[in-house]
Design a protein around this ligand. Structure first.
Ligand code: 5AD
Ligand code: FES
Length: 370
């Protein structure tokens, strides 16, 4: 009976909250079937390739004070850094020469005119040194619509901004309640990004204190309603120097957070078959094979770290962050081997844009012609 129910749900194309809760609750054989189905859908709809996005964490200076994050403004134990232009361009060149095809520039959230100008200048430089060929994803938090438009015009074409949790109630438990940590403001930023023309990525953390299975099911439905082109989501990991650390004894065990993160990836692949889903680095903080496990059940993007090693220690959002000592070359070789082990190929030299985005663009163009 339960088996039939699972079979029916796995073959649906539209999912209710109840369906999603049922899928996320699977263990044993049911869990294996969910993972198999998600992998089959991935292979059929987005193919067997995994795309690399070289990640540069170019500054840990942050104006925000999120309760979960190790580089929050109030953490005085972090020494703040800015990667120099020269080092960023060197990493970009490495990515270009190694056929990564795309970069992710990520930083703490700063909105000063100097910061906005600098990112703008870097975007233009990176485009220049790669003959316009490197794709650039930004992950620099909430900015004004003008800033988003300006960066888009200078060459960024994808943007990652996680909602962190779709539950407003939970959102305010993991963020200070003030003007800069505002759920509605974050939603607006996600809309602004879409209007500016970006491929938009969002995501959540899994296993947060107070989070319930129903919240996670709502997160999946939220991403569907938001119509995201990309998603990155991973397990929440406690960090000693943050306020949420006080709830460490109430969390699901790490293995459960990890397992739930895998199930979330698999379910999202079923619910949104044509989006790009990243295998979050946080998965590897729990299980050394975490990222490639995600690749075997739905993820199709991996972000090898290109941040110069000297800075990596200080971009510790959570405990046990992997690859702190490995340089760009080591991460490349390591991930290559891991992806091949997972049975997939790497889409070297290809942007690997979200199919979902391409389809929605086509739809927009058709409707504007009619
Ligand atoms: N555990 C897991 N993920 C975290 N992030 C920040 N802090 C943590 C943590 N303690 C994630 C957030 C953010 C992304 C850059 O890193 O989801 O959007
Ligand atoms: Fe960095 Fe494996 S990915 S060492």
């Amino acid at each position: 009976m339960e088996q039939d129910k699972l079979h029916n749900i796995l073959n649906k194309t539209e999912f209710t909250k109840e369906d999603i809760v049922f899928l996320l609750s699977q263990t044993g054989e049911g869990r294996t079937r969910l993972f198999k189905k998600a992998n089959a859908v991935k292979q059929e709809i987005v193919g067997q390739k995994v795309y690399f996005r070289g990640l540069i964490e170019f500054s840990n200076i942050c104006s925000k004070d999120c309760f979960y994050c190790g580089i929050r403004k109030s953490n005085t134990h972090v020494s703040r850094y800015v990667v120099t232009d020269e080092e960023i361009l060197y990493a970009a060149k490495y990515a270009y020469e190694n056929d990564y095809a795309s970069l992710v520039l990520q930083s703490g959230e700063i909105s000063s005119p100097a910061f906005v100008d600098r990112v703008d200048r870097l975007l233009k430089e990176i485009k220049k040194i790669s003959n316009g060929k490197l794709g650039i994803t930004l992950s620099c938090g909430e900015q004004s619509p003008e800033t988003y438009q300006r960066w888009f015009a200078s060459g960024a074409h994808r943007y990652l901004l996680r909602i962190e949790t779709s539950s407003p109630k939970l959102f305010y438990k993991i963020h200070p309640k003030d003007e800069t940590h505002d759920y509605i403001r974050r939603l607006k930023a996600l809309k602004d990004l879409r209007l500016a023309g970006y491929q938009v990525g969002s995501g959540v953390m899994i296993g947060l204190p107070f989070q319930k299975l129903e919240d996670l099911a709502d997160d999946i439905l939220f991403l569907k309603t938001l119509d995201v082109d990309m998603c990155g989501m991973g397990p929440y990991l406690e960090h000693e120097e943050t306020p949420l650390f006080q709830y460490k004894d109430e969390l699901w065990p790490k293995e459960e957070r990890f397992d739930m993160a895998l199930k979330m990836v698999a379910v999202l692949r079923l619910v949104m078959p044509d989006i790009n889903i990243a295998a979050a680095t946080a998965l590897q903080a729990i299980d050394p094979a975490g990222r490639e496990k995600a690749v075997t059940l739905g993820a199709n993007v991996i972000m090898p770290n290109l941040t110069p090693t000297a800075y990596r220690e200080e971009y510790r959002l959570y405990e046990n962050k992997p690859c702190l000592d490995e340089d760009a070359e080591q991460c490349k070789n390591c991930l290559e081997a891991r992806i091949h082990l997972a049975g997939d190929e790497i889409g070297y030299g290809e942007w690997g844009d979200s199919k979902h985005f391409k389809k929605r663009k086509q739809k927009d163009e058709q409707s504007s012609q009619n």
